[in-house]
Ligand binder design. Structure first.
Ligand code: ZN
Length: 351
């Protein structure tokens, strides 16, 4: 999961930008400079494939990357302009056994949500595409809650109008907009807490908001190991994404090692195959460093993925396969924005 708050007051700028992006998409200008980027690796990152606006959706909306229709459209775009490769292809190229095709793209998913199995997989199969799913192992086949989904569920169902935050401040709301602001604030606060403290706060939230979470709710959001094995048989590859999804710069290095190795070993045990890839939770610049990259490399991982934005040149990936960029896709992106994110122009954005 990765989540950044949108900047308020940028509406007119955004609509102008969107007009330009739509124009560039319609005219093909969006692929300007493409010829210079044939030797590239474009890694696309998804979390969930679902409709966040459907009735009864009560988990964390920003984690929805695309509706099934939009995902299908995006896969059609990849067919047209990219050569989709597997992790195995990328590793063989890193080892010098083979070349990557021009305009190579790798499709990845984080966390291990059930809709990867029910919604994304049939569309991937239709396109004959491989994909790589990073699993947070303590959440596969268990009822453990990700704090963002716990927050979304509780704020969706509460009838209360205020919440006392762990720092003692009392936050009130009187409409839906304010409620989602407080919810976002709570999630941001959780990110900053040490892992053990975070777990305590997550457990307390339903009580504080007078909400009772049905048993098995979080378990049903995620895949179980049988489904993971079924996908494996169908050509989907898996990587590690820690056991409990802590931000690795916020825990001791010994714990980092335990989270990386623990998740890797668990998937290897369940699938009977070496696990050679890893995705950093949250994946921003502040969420990894050289020492963490070294721990990941020492564990036997061969390629590790961030959420630093944009496609990479092949030279960059070879130089450091432990901080590979990925393009975060949101359900808010139109197909034109999706195309813009995948274009080399995206590397000139400020982040
Ligand atoms: Zn994640």
């Amino acid at each position: 999961m990765y989540y950044s708050q949108s900047e308020p007051g940028k509406q007119s700028h955004t609509s102008l930008k969107n007009k330009f992006i739509n124009f560039a998409y319609d005219t093909g200008l969006i692929r300007a400079g493409r010829g210079l980027w044939a030797k590239s690796l474009t890694v696309v990152n998804y979390h969930r494939i679902d409709d966040p606006n459907r009735k009864g959706f009560d988990s964390f909306k920003p984690n929805v990357s695309a509706t099934p229709d939009d995902f299908n459209r995006q896969m059609d775009y990849l067919v047209k302009w990219f050569n989709v490769v597997s992790l195995q292809d990328v590793l063989a190229w890193l080892d010098g056994y083979k070349e990557l095709p021009p305009y190579a793209a790798l499709i990845t998913f984080d966390d291990g949500y059930l809709d990867n199995y029910t919604s994304a997989y049939p569309i991937l199969r239709k396109h004959n595409f491989p994909a790589l799913i990073f699993l947070t192992t303590e959440h596969i086949g268990t009822d453990a809650a990700f704090y963002w989904d716990m927050a979304a569920y509780c704020f969706h169902h509460t009838e209360n109008d205020h919440l006392t935050f762990p720092n003692g401040s009392v936050e009130h709301w009187s409409n839906q907009e304010q409620l989602s602001q407080v919810s976002r604030k709570w999630i941001e606060l959780m990110k900053a807490l040490p892992q053990t403290e975070k777990q305590v706060q997550v457990q307390r939230l339903p009580g504080l908001l007078d909400v009772s979470v049905p048993k098995g709710f979080f378990q049903k959001l995620m895949m179980n190991w049988d489904q993971v094995r079924e996908l494996q048989k169908g050509g989907i590859e898996f990587g590690a994404h820690t056991m409990r999804h802590p931000i690795l710069t916020r825990i001791a290095l010994e714990q980092v090692r335990a989270e990386v190795e623990g998740s890797k070993l668990r998937i290897e045990k369940e699938l009977g195959t070496p696990i050679l890839s890893f995705a950093y939770p949250n994946g921003q610049l502040a969420d990894l460093n050289d020492r963490i990259e070294k721990i990941v490399a020492d564990s036997g991982i061969r390629a590790a993925f961030t959420l630093l934005n944009g496609p990479s040149s092949q030279v960059e990936v070879k130089r450091n396969p432990y901080a590979i960029r990925r393009i975060f896709v949101s359900h808010k992106h139109s197909i034109s924005e999706f195309a813009a994110l995948l274009s080399p122009i995206n590397r000139y954005r400020s982040n």
